[in-house]
Design a protein around this ligand. Structure first.
Ligand code: MG
Length: 261
């Protein structure tokens, strides 16, 4: 009886082993059959990417929407009441925050975008911490990438220059000298919401500060609140907003363009 049992187990093992070997062979054959043998088998020719040229001193892509080129505020409106922008238009093709006139935002609404902007802190140092040249760019009117003069000016690091405010510390601080121009290049993918209004895919953001990676595909938790936890109320396309922090920030902006993704 004992010998019969051992023989039975051996047969079962052999059968299983043979079956596995056969399966492995099949997979291997499939892989061999699918492996291309000519270069053309892995070439794709359509659709052709559309052509974008990048010309001029400001290197603006030909398919970008120019949001600010120094000539006017045509693309912008006051966030508080949708009236005309009261910020200062400078002779050097930049604009400056006019203290306590409020945030400004684009007239157009945007979802996922590539955004380029240049900003400059005030040369004059008037305050410390969060009150030294504080502004910010808000994606979809609710997710802030911080703008701040942090040169010899410490603050909480999840609120320093280049942070996703109170959510993501920048990988490095890549600021220009106080009073000199900085650039932000932002790749932002908007969140999705389901039919019930719950977030089904959170927003992500990548930021280059003066060409240096400071936010690497960070998943935005929710709205960037000054007080309280991030919120995730459903929303659609929304404006880009620039902040008047209300403390004589003296922050200026120039050369702002955007590409919808
Ligand atoms: Mg700010």
């Amino acid at each position: 009886m004992k010998n019969t049992l051992v023989l039975f187990c051996l047969c079962i093992s052999l059968f299983a082993c043979q079956k596995n070997t056969k399966q492995n062979k099949l997979i291997l054959v499939e892989e061999i059959q699918e492996e291309p043998t000519k270069p053309a088998a892995t070439e794709i020719w359509e659709p052709k990417p559309s052509i974008v040229s990048v010309e001029g001193a400001n290197k603006i892509p030909s398919d970008a929407i120019v949001l600010f080129n120094g000539n006017n505020f045509n693309e912008w409106t006051s966030s508080a009441d949708s009236t005309a922008v009261n910020w200062i238009l400078n002779s050097d093709k930049s604009m400056s925050v006019k203290d306590k006139t409020g945030d400004i935002q684009t007239k157009k609404n945007f979802g996922s975008v590539q955004l380029h902007l240049e900003w400059r802190s005030s040369k004059e140092i008037r305050a410390n911490g969060q009150n030294r040249s504080n502004s910010g760019v808000f994606l979809q009117n609710r997710y802030e990438v911080q703008i701040l003069d942090n040169n010899n000016n410490d603050t909480y690091v999840n609120g320093q220059v280049g942070s996703v405010y109170k959510q993501a510390i920048p990988l490095v601080k890549a600021s220009s000298e106080t009073g000199n121009w900085n650039s932000y290049d932002i790749i932002y993918h908007a969140p999705n919401f389901d039919a019930k209004g719950n977030v089904s895919k959170k927003a992500t953001i990548t930021v280059l500060h003066n060409g240096v990676l400071i936010q690497d595909h960070f998943t935005i938790i929710g709205t960037t609140e000054y007080i309280g936890w991030p919120k995730n109320n459903a929303h659609g396309k929304a404006p880009i907003k620039l902040q008047d922090h209300g403390d004589k920030s003296g922050v200026s902006y120039r050369n702002i363009w955007i590409r919808e993704l």
